[in-house]
Design a protein around this ligand. Structure first.
Ligand SMILES: Cc1cc2nc3c(=O)[nH]c(=O)nc-3n(C[C@H](O)[C@H](O)[C@H](O)COP(=O)(O)OP(=O)(O)OC[C@H]3O[C@@H](n4cnc5c(N)ncnc54)[C@H](O)[C@@H]3O)c2cc1C
Length: 440
């Protein structure tokens, strides 16, 4: 479809798209992929680049480690990593496919049961085969089970035939294509005819006649405008509220969650490892409000965590360190700043959850033969709940403005504490279905 656009002191695109999707994490990539399969003319705008996933420290640092971009800090100096790259956080995530809390979504009028089944058919979701579970994960699992925990292998989004044992790269992005990432859906959308513009940071939504009609974005230093019939914001739990604020929604970006975590570490003498799939197994301590899993990380991240916790005595122990992650369901609070900064303090109840998990992890590690047990400083994991369904969005994920939708971690309506990707893929599929039902 071709249409004339106005130029207002900047470059304006005259082409019009059916749907403009902002951000290419699991929420945006899935929406774009599904729409492109139904022959919708889709434009993806992505702040980050699309450099190859090399699975090394340098590519990770460039896409997830630049302060103010991939790496944010809360007011209490909790680090928060997000991927600013095609595929968003899923390039660097741990691939855990946690069942969506379908009943919770249903209470808000969002039924994703059909989409959940579809995803199970389409994506490789299964616990890792035994030969892909590393010795550190195994040792922790044995110890936890002996102490009575129902610690089990977790389902993963992994093409296991491409996955390699003794490999430390998951955390830096899998170069073998074993770990499903949203970049795969972006590639599929592009092969179906969608267009992607990388290095395009969206600043606001364009509104005319009470409707969203496009977006303004900055690419290579030039401010540009592009028009589309519908706009889907999928810039993540921090990016999306910042765009909405600049577009006349002052109330978004408050009372959110960030699923804080700590790493509990202990040194063993009889394993030399440190190269394995993180989060292979664990247990959801639902009543106590946290998740416990193994979490083996690459050597440089081990050094960083320990240095940040002032444990300089542990900088060299990477190959012998068993590590358990405690990820808590934090209470809602805080605010996203207008420029996309994160302000939030851990509540006392959140600290207690992490402390309880620490106590349990200590016991598990001690039984596994570990000594010198200590913990990292807390880290903020998944920011979300910044543009909640039921508050700013209806059950179709539509904002108060016609033609403007949101689909990413922002939309989650309650405190969370779970790996969100499976849920976001389901929401993306459902949104695309809704848009194509209405938009004929
Ligand atoms: C180390 C780590 C491990 C994890 N492990 C798991 C796991 O095992 N399982 C799980 O389910 N989840 C995991 N997660 C979380 C998961 O990766 C995220 O929750 C998920 O990627 C969020 O998806 P999203 O669609 O909300 O947006 P994101 O993935 O955050 O993507 C948002 C996209 O929007 C882009 N963007 C931002 N602002 C703008 C803008 N203004 N203009 C244009 N583009 C913009 C970003 O560059 C990014 O590509 C992990 C995260 C991390 C960091």
């Amino acid at each position: 479809m071709e249409k004339k656009g106005k130029t207002i002191g900047m470059e304006t695109q005259s082409r019009e798209f059916d749907v403009i999707v902002v951000g290419t994490g699991p929420g945006g990539a899935t929406t774009a992929r599904e729409l492109s399969r139904k022959n919708r003319k889709v434009l993806l705008l992505e702040w980050g680049g699309k450099s190859p996933i090399r699975g090394n420290l340098v590519s990770y640092a460039l896409q997830a480690g630049i302060p103010g971009k991939g790496l944010l800090f809360t007011s209490e100096l909790l680090g928060m990593v997000r991927g600013i790259a095609t595929g968003g956080g899923s390039v660097f995530y741990y691939g855990t496919a946690f069942d969506p809390p379908a009943e919770m979504f249903k209470r808000y009028g969002v039924d994703i049961s059909r989409e959940i089944e579809e995803i199970r058919d389409e994506l490789p979701i299964a616990p890792l085969a035994d030969h892909l579970v590393g010795p550190m994960s195994e040792r922790i699992m044995e110890s936890a089970q002996a102490l009575g925990y129902s610690w089990r292998k977790l389902p993963k989004f992994v093409y296991q035939e491409r996955c390699r044992p003794d490999c430390p790269r998951c955390n830096y992005g899998c170069p073998y294509g074993a770990k499903w990432s949203a970049r795969m859906y972006v590639d599929e959308a592009v092969s179906n005819g969608a267009e992607i513009r990388n290095h395009s940071k969206v600043t606001k939504v364009l509104v005319s006649g009470g409707k969203a009609v496009g977006v303004e974005y900055v690419r290579h230093g030039v401010r540009r405008r592009v028009h589309g019939e519908k706009v889907v914001l999928s810039a993540g739990g921090v990016g999306t509220p910042a765009i909405l604020r600049a577009s006349g929604f002052p109330g978004v970006g408050y009372d959110y969650f960030f699923d804080p975590l700590i790493a509990v570490m202990g040194v063993v003498d009889d394993i030399r490892g440190g190269k394995e799939f993180p989060m292979s197994a664990g247990v959801h301590m639902e009543d106590e409000g946290y998740l416990m899993t193994d979490m083996t990380i690459p050597a440089m991240l081990h050094v960083t965590l320990n240095a940040w916790a002032l444990r300089f005595d542990s900088l060299h122990t990477h190959a012998n360190t068993l590590q358990i992650m405690i990820k808590a369901k934090d209470s809602l609070g805080g605010r996203i700043t207008d420029s996309g900064g994160v302000r939030k303090k851990l509540a006392e109840t959140d600290k207690k959850k992490l402390a309880k998990g620490y106590e349990r992890a200590r016991e598990i590690l001690a039984r596994a033969g570990a000594r010198s047990i200590h913990k990292s400083r807390p880290i903020a994991a998944h920011p979300g709940g910044t543009v909640k369904i039921g508050e700013f969005l209806d059950a179709d994920l539509k904002t108060g403005l016609d033609n403007l939708y949101v689909c990413d971690c922002s939309v989650i309506p309650e405190a969370w504490g779970l790996p969100p990707t499976f849920s976001l893929i389901a929401l993306g599929k459902r949104l695309a279905r809704r848009l194509t039902e209405v938009h004929r």
